[in-house]
Design a protein around this ligand. Structure first.
Ligand SMILES: Nc1ncnc2c1ncn2[C@@H]1O[C@H](COP(=O)(O)OP(=O)(O)OP(=O)(O)O)[C@@H](O)[C@H]1O
Ligand SMILES: Cc1ncc(COP(=O)(O)O)c(N)n1
Length: 515
């Protein structure tokens, strides 16, 4: 393997995709370019194969002359410094050989290989006679991203029947090649969609780094593998940290899948929505930082806060409470417990917002926080009117609610406005993020059976709340701009603690109702 210890990180990395085409834009090189851009990179493309395909299947494949592939590769590398390469469909032996020789000559600092063999539609995209050459190519790459069937073919084994077997296969592939293997759970029929980076040669802090997120109910998954691998190349070239790259990319891909059905492209397995965040950001409805804030060379303070809690956020989405709420299988008593605790929480949260309003340095911040406190009371009352009316309400706050409120009340009592605002922010931001995803997943349901939490999910994503979240984020950035280093550190601490409480809050019904 090429020694890539001297990877130069770049804010807008220049990423070359070498892959086949998809004229409907969902997979292959078209998906790669979208994915690279959506993740903050500059995309370049060398076409290895022209594929006449659509969302329903592959019709034919045309491989341009190998000399022309060489011309394309050299045209790029003779002129542009390449920060990372993503390799997708290579189709046949002579294409693999040409790409391998070019890699040996150019030695790009980072190479990700998606060993494309068969399309979602079942059509073959790699000549079986070229499988050994593709295996050998892994020796020249940093990351290889096989799906479950591809992993089996690369090892000459049977496909893994479950996640534990897939991980074992990932370890064997990493053992024998030295590359890091991104084992993907998309093809396993489990409710969760786990992915894991596996390296048995000490190149990661742990030999397995896993990120699991709920499976999204959509048939529009065309090109997820292409998009994932090119996003990994892009984010890794920017951050230099594989585990962080996987967390960031999974988070992005989840939204792209959750909003895939909005595109309405084709009659088969349609594409994912690569630019969902950008569109939501320009519409003013994005609950998360997108575009400039996320990729800027001077990241905003709030995007640092958001990254600090990346793992906590992903853990929220994998909680049984959230997945069961989405699928409608959540036990009624768990839901009631959550709502009752939420109502108790909101009452005090509103008082802490009012306290922040007293401390706020500007009239507009005072108004916004006082207004938010009033809205919070409205939501609390509405909860009682529409959901809790018939339910016996617990008279006492549970341990998580108590812990969370003590944390907020302590920040209010300490009287530092900046730290208090940071402690209050996760309740806006994480709630908006969870709401956005659950709502999108709810809208994309294809089953006609009644959903027991339909009324709740229908109102979960609210544009006004998204706008308020944006304002709370902006206020936090404003105050951080003039805060001391010690205050900024305390803000990060307060934000991360509240985020942790948000996670525990969603998990409390399972922990306590079942205890
Ligand atoms: N329904 C889903 N919900 C959430 N994540 C998914 C879903 N389907 C696939 N993924 C994720 O998409 C990525 C691609 O996974 P998959 O195992 O499907 O690879 P692939 O077969 O190479 O993709 P492709 O669909 O492009 O062939 C992984 O991160 C996987 O976890
Ligand atoms: C050019 C090209 N490359 C890769 C894929 C695999 O993507 P999927 O498995 O989602 O069809 C594809 N269909 N076309």
């Amino acid at each position: 393997m090429i020694d890539r210890t001297l990877l130069a990180l770049r804010q807008i990395p220049r990423i070359l995709s070498i892959a086949g085409t998809d004229p409907t834009g969902g997979a292959g090189i078209q998906a790669d370019l979208k994915s690279i851009a959506a993740n903050g990179g500059y995309g370049m493309a060398v076409v290895s194969a022209l594929v006449a395909q659509n969302t329903r299947g592959v019709r034919s494949v045309h491989i341009p002359p190998i000399a022309f592939l060489r011309e394309q590769l050299n045209a790029v590398s003779d002129d542009v410094t390449i920060d990372a390469v993503k390799i997708g469909m290579l189709a046949q032996l002579d294409v693999i050989t040409e790409v391998r020789d070019w890699l040996s000559r150019c030695r790009p600092p980072l190479v990700v290989l998606d060993p494309v063999m068969v399309a979602t539609s079942g059509d073959r995209l790699l000549d079986p006679a070229a499988e050994q050459a593709l295996r050998d190519l892994i020796l020249q790459v940093d990351l290889v991203t096989p799906n479950v069937p591809e992993l089996a073919i690369l090892l000459g084994e049977r496909p893994a029947a479950n996640w534990a077997e897939a991980l074992e296969q990932g370890k064997r592939l990493s053992d024998s090649t030295g590359a890091t293997v991104l084992v993907k759970g998309g093809h396993l029929n489990e409710t969760s969609c786990p992915d894991a980076l596996v390296n048995t040669n000490g190149r990661l802090a742990q030999s397995v780094v896993e990120v699991a997120l709920p499976r999204i109910r959509t048939t529009n998954t065309h090109g997820t593998g292409c998009s994932l691998s090119s996003a990994m190349a892009t984010v890794q070239a920017r951050t230099g940290d594989w585990a962080q790259s996987l967390a960031e990319v999974k988070d992005w891909l989840q939204d792209a899948l959750a909003h895939a059905d909005e595109l309405g492209v084709g009659q088969g397995n349609g594409p994912i929505h690569h630019f969902h965040r950008l569109f939501a950001d320009s519409a003013g409805t994005s609950p998360i930082p997108a575009g400039s804030a996320a990729f800027s060379s001077t990241p905003t303070f709030s995007s640092t806060l958001w990254r600090d809690v990346e793992l906590t956020r992903l853990q929220i989405f994998d909680l049984p409470f959230i997945t069961d709420l989405g699928s409608g299988t959540l036990a009624e008593e768990d839901f009631s417990y959550y709502l009752a605790q939420d109502a108790l929480y909101l009452g005090t949260y509103a008082s802490v917002l009012a306290r922040a309003s007293e401390l706020a340095p500007t009239a507009s911040a005072q108004c916004f926080l006082a207004d938010s406190a009033a809205r919070c009371r409205d939501v609390e009352l509405e909860l009682h009117r529409s959901w809790l009316g018939q339910q016996p309400e617990p008279s006492e706050a549970g341990p998580v609610t108590t812990g969370y409120l003590e944390h907020l009340l302590a920040a209010g009592a300490a009287g530092n406005y900046a730290v208090l605002l940071a402690a209050l922010l996760p309740c806006f931001w994480l709630y908006a993020n969870v709401g956005d995803r659950l709502h999108a997943a709810y809208l994309s349901r294809t089953e006609t059976a009644a959903h027991p939490y339909a009324a709740w999910l229908e109102t979960y994503s609210d544009e006004e709340f998204a706008a308020a979240t944006k304002q709370a984020i902006a206020l936090t950035d404003d105050v951080a701009a003039t805060a001391s280093n010690a205050e900024r550190a305390a803000m990060r601490q307060a934000f991360a603690t509240s985020a942790r409480f948000e996670l525990d809050f969603f998990d409390a019904p399972r922990q306590l109702v079942r205890a």
